[in-house]
Design a protein around this ligand. Structure first.
Ligand code: AMP
Length: 531
């Protein structure tokens, strides 16, 4: 059947996510700390004004626009205006070291960068190393942005173009080698938005993400476009809250004052909030939090439960947009809430041997998690070798090790490179961390494999202790907890750590995850455990 000559082909473009937003959600607000409240209608007008302002600065089709700003309504406006013009939104990781930042800017080659006042010193430090002319738009504390877009016309004619056009670009935060450029097309982001809304929305009752929620991201918008939720929240038309610079006390105040009910973050951020004395005075009973980016440690789960928070795990990575799996959101069983979970719609997730055979789905057999989905990055920017390795055998390789249960839910047990290979066995660093994190007095903990002449590697635990803890007692209780799991047969005897070191602060990556590469270097410097 031939389509009618005048039929509209409907390319999946980001502009279509806004089709009903301002009409259908007239009463909802987009709040940006400290002093901005916008209706959806005003938000949409500002998206048009931003596009005009960019256009006046020479930005056209297929150019790249970088952003260095705190989470704000301005950032959300860029999420829409830039790709809707046909340009690429480059969300710049402002927490990289100056050298890595310069690397990503030269590699990502933006034509213009919008820069908040707080990041101008960084730009001043590295700009002599820029390999191309880049227009810098300094926006002060936001006042400069208002002046810049304020007088622009409020109707921009956002064109149609092919849905495969690149919409976004950012860089991985991996701890090895240079960051790698990851990009997504309009089609991928639209499908990911719908996938998120199905994957997180289909649960009974209040469990999932739905129209009644008030949304506040706690993963920075530069990292995997805030896990894609800002697009989903805008399409859904919920009240949204953007927090500006992350300050634990003001985040807690925002949750209370704005009635936030749905957030997502890496474990470190939630841990940081729960450590604040002010957390004890805030009612967190309506707050649903999705933990991703790292496994959900049992100790954190217990602390969150005490505070009344409804906590669940989800799983994905920079290269997967990021959504791959989510735990059963309707469950209040802590074991199930912490599961890596079920693959979202359209996602073909497998656990395979090195020659791509599926392992048995018995909740035990371990393999690498590989995936196909409509929203997986197709290649790293200008890095054919790494792209081919990522897609070896036609599936995207996550580099994560895990197993699949009979019901199809998966469990990540480790990063391939973090598994502790000792005495011919694989010991899961996550399993050790989980046990240690449930011991009273442990605030944060990491298990790493250190090289050992005889056994290949041996496990070492690094931990942050709560203030005032007796370190010797704490060491005894952690080691005893691990030993009891070994005695019960839940862990192999090889899992018993050789060392438990207490540190003031565990090293973290630019997005707040445990930096195990740094830890291995630190431990090597600190002690000779090779014998
Ligand atoms: P990134 O690309 O920085 O977002 O990191 C993605 C990686 O974080 C994944 O490949 C996993 O190793 C880890 N990760 C994300 N979610 C989970 C989870 N629910 N459980 C365990 N590890 C996770």
């Amino acid at each position: 059947m031939l389509p009618a000559s005048n039929a509209y082909d409907f390319p999946l473009l980001i502009k279509h996510l806004l089709t009903n937003a301002s009409r259908a959600h007239a009463r909802q607000e987009i709040v940006s700390h400290p002093n901005t409240r916008l209706s959806y209608e005003t938000f949409e007008r500002r998206v048009h004004q931003l596009a005009h302002s960019l256009n006046n600065c020479g930005i056209e089709d297929a150019m790249r626009v970088g952003v260095m700003d705190w989470d704000s309504n301005r950032y959300l406006e860029c999420f829409f205006a830039v790709p809707m013009m046909g340009a690429t939104l480059f969300t710049i990781n402002v927490r990289l070291s100056p050298a890595q930042l310069l690397y990503t800017i030269n590699h990502g080659a933006p034509d213009l960068i919008i820069v908040h006042r707080d990041f101008m010193p960084l730009i001043d430090e590295i700009k002599s190393g820029f390999e191309r002319d880049i227009t810098i738009i300094p926006i002060g504390d936001g006042d400069g942005y208002e002046a810049w877009i304020g007088k622009a016309a409020d109707r921009f004619d956002f064109p149609d173009f092919e849905e495969a056009r690149t919409a976004t670009l950012f860089y991985t935060t991996g701890t090895t080698g240079n960051p790698k450029g990851v990009s997504y097309s309009h089609r991928q982001l639209v499908l990911h938005t719908l996938g998120l809304l199905v994957g997180f929305g289909v649960w009974p009752g209040d469990a999932g993400f739905h129209r009644g929620d008030v949304y506040m991201p706690l993963t920075p918008l530069f990292h995997v476009h805030g896990w894609g939720f800002p697009y989903a929240a805008t399409m859904l038309g919920v009240k949204q809250v953007y927090s500006g610079r992350y300050d634990p006390d003001s985040l807690l105040r925002l949750i209370a004052d704005e009635g936030v009910t749905f957030s997502h973050c890496v474990p470190t951020i939630l841990s940081m909030l729960l450590e604040r004395p002010s957390a004890a005075h805030i009612d967190l009973n309506r707050w649903k939090v999705i933990i991703g980016g790292a496994a959900l440690p049992r100790g954190l789960q217990d602390r969150a439960a005490e505070a009344g928070i409804c906590l669940h795990a989800a799983y994905g990575m920079s290269e997967t947009c990021p959504f791959l799996t989510v735990a059963d959101l309707s469950s209040d069983d802590p074991q199930i809430q912490a599961q890596t979970g079920f693959a979202g719609p359209l996602i073909d997730l497998r656990v395979v041997t090195p020659d791509m055979e599926d392992v048995p789905h018995d909740g035990e057999a371990i393999g690498e998690v590989v995936a196909r989905a409509p929203w997986l990055t197709q290649a790293y920017l200008d890095n054919a070798q790494a792209s081919d390795a990522l897609w070896s055998g036609g599936y995207l390789h996550t580099g994560d090790v895990g197993y699949m249960r009979e019901d199809g839910s998966v469990q990540i047990t480790d990063r391939l490179k973090d598994v502790i290979k000792t005495g011919g066995e694989w010991v899961s660093s996550l399993a050790l961390e989980n046990i240690a994190s449930s011991c009273n007095g442990i605030e944060d903990v990491a298990a790493i494999g250190m090289p050992h002449e005889k056994w290949g590697e041996r496990p070492v635990l690094l931990a942050q202790a709560a203030k005032g803890a007796n370190l010797e007692d704490l060491r005894t209780s952690v080691l005893r907890a691990v030993q009891s799991q070994v005695d019960a047969g839940a862990l192999s005897k090889w899992a018993m750590p050789d060392l438990l070191l207490f540190v003031d602060q565990l090293p973290k990556t630019s997005v707040g995850k445990l930096d195990k590469k740094q830890m291995r270097e630190d431990v090597l410097k600190y002690s000779d455990i090779k014998s």
